[in-house]
Design a protein around this ligand. Structure first.
Ligand code: MN
Ligand code: MN
Length: 458
């Protein structure tokens, strides 16, 4: 059951397609470093591909029919796209799902302080991170500040060549004897993740003059005052662009492959479908990294409500019909897999592990401690998918996250499965998952999009 490296299967035409997709993907990553930015970018791409806002359709009391393409956004952080098929929607949809939030450091609500003439922003990390990986690297701040009058100021500092960047300091090695004796989880602690943002005092100021100067600059450059941090969502992420990785340029090094690599390829797949029989759907959600909670997470009713609205616009809404549409749907719940890393071979079981460049990864189940928390896909569904992948000549592999009882992880799969639909976990293999800079194989990015298009066309 050994799978082969996909690079050998590509001719000139495919290599050109692959490079184009990966270039566009890098561009998407550069423009989308937060869930809000990703959704904004997804809306642009969808509009360019002829998708209309479902809210507009509702407002104008228009009717939707086969061939129509619409999208709906929840609070700027989650998006659902639909391409209505020629087949009765009651027979179910083909759904692609992925998440657009990534591990990062969020600014606290009261973040700004000064200590010994250095000004800092205090953070609270989001998602699972190895804290020691986030010190001494250039960091950027992305997000929004919403003022009392409701006006929204977009913030993005640290991405342009001329921008300043920020940093979390670490102790010099010369004095680190004691620190290096600590467990890795304790070398840098959560409360110590404070972002250095200034050292220049404001003239004629007695107390906290460096902080005062930072506040002056924030006022001048963004029109915001200290209280405005209370209603802000500011995310600290690695500064810099996604890059080709390797002398052979076979990989991409970037922040946020988890899970934008599945989100972007899912989005590209639905945007590229010329015609579909079964209604195609793509949902890109927020909050997966902290348990899919909140109005913009997968557990929210947003998706179900949006499908109800869609049916209503098609003149087909009933409570029973909604339930049938959902129950008869099939889903690829896409999230990244751990790629086999020979440097840490002991964490993997080689027969059931994902490898770079061997194609899209299907995880029949995920979970931890005896599959706990997993959506274990049906064998019948896996059989259909195997057949579809073979028919469309998509490179695929199957894997578990790592060795049994080494740990584990969850995804959004079990939430959609609550409707009684067929759901399976799949995705792209990643090295350094959840590190500031993660790596994927370009061949796997290419196969992911091919897999999603094959799935939508079935
Ligand atoms: Mn993920
Ligand atoms: Mn993750």
């Amino acid at each position: 059951m050994e799978r082969t490296n996909s690079w050998g299967n590509y001719g000139k035409k495919q290599l050109t397609e692959l490079e184009k997709l990966c270039k566009n993907y890098r561009h998407f990553l550069d423009r989308g470093k937060t869930e809000r930015e990703c959704v904004k970018e997804a809306v642009h791409l969808a509009q360019d591909a002829g998708f209309r806002s479902l809210d507009e359709v509702i407002k104008k009391k228009e009717t939707l029919k086969a061939g129509d393409k619409v999208y709906a956004v929840c609070m700027g952080k989650t998006i659902a796209l639909f391409h209505i098929g020629s087949k009765d929607i009651e027979k179910g949809m083909n759904i692609l799902g992925a998440h657009v939030d990534s591990p990062r450091l969020d600014l606290k609500q009261n973040p700004l302080y000064e200590d010994t003439e250095l000004a800092y922003l205090d953070t609270h990390y989001y998602g699972g991170i190895k804290k020691y990986q986030w010190v001494t690297i250039p960091l950027a701040i992305h997000g929004v500040v919403v003022k009392k009058d409701g006006s929204v100021t977009d913030i993005c500092i640290g991405e342009r060549e001329e921008d300043p960047v920020f940093c979390i300091t670490d102790l010099l090695v010369h004095l680190s004897g004691e620190q290096l004796e600590k467990k890795a989880a304790k070398v840098v602690e959560g409360e110590a993740l404070n972002l250095l943002i200034g050292n220049m005092p404001l003239a004629d100021t007695e107390k906290d003059a460096v902080k005062a100067n930072i506040l002056k600059l924030l006022q001048e450059q963004y029109g915001i005052e200290e209280e405005d941090f209370l209603s802000a969502e500011l995310e600290v992420v690695p500064a810099g662009k996604a890059r080709d990785c390797g002398l052979d340029r076979s990989m991409i090094l970037a922040y946020g492959h988890d899970d934008r690599v599945c989100a972007y390829t899912s989005l590209e797949a639905i945007l590229d479908m010329k015609k579909v029989k079964r209604t195609a759907c793509c949902i890109l959600v927020d909050k997966e990294e902290i348990g899919s909670v909140g109005a913009t997470g997968m557990q929210s009713r947003f998706f179900e409500n949006t499908v109800a609205e869609l049916l209503n616009c098609m003149g087909e809404y009933s409570e029973l019909k909604l339930r049938r549409v959902l129950a008869n749907s099939r889903m690829l719940s896409s999230d990244v897999s751990a790629a086999y890393d020979p440097e840490f071979a002991g964490a993997f079981e080689k027969k059931n592990t994902a490898y770079f460049s061997r194609g899209i990864v299907f995880n029949k189940y995920t979970g931890a401690r005896g599959k706990s928390g997993s959506n274990d896909a049906n064998a019948e569904y896996m059989a259909q998918l195997r057949a579809a992948m073979e028919k469309h000549e998509v490179a695929f592999q199957t894997a578990e996250l790592g060795k049994v009882d080494f740990g584990g992880g969850g995804t959004i799969a079990y939430i959609l499965a609550l409707y009684g639909m067929q759901v399976i976990d799949c995705g792209v293999a990643v090295l350094n998952m959840h590190a500031p800079w993660e790596i994927v194989s370009k061949a796997d990015v290419y196969e992911a999009k091919r897999c999603y298009m094959a799935f939508l066309s079935e």
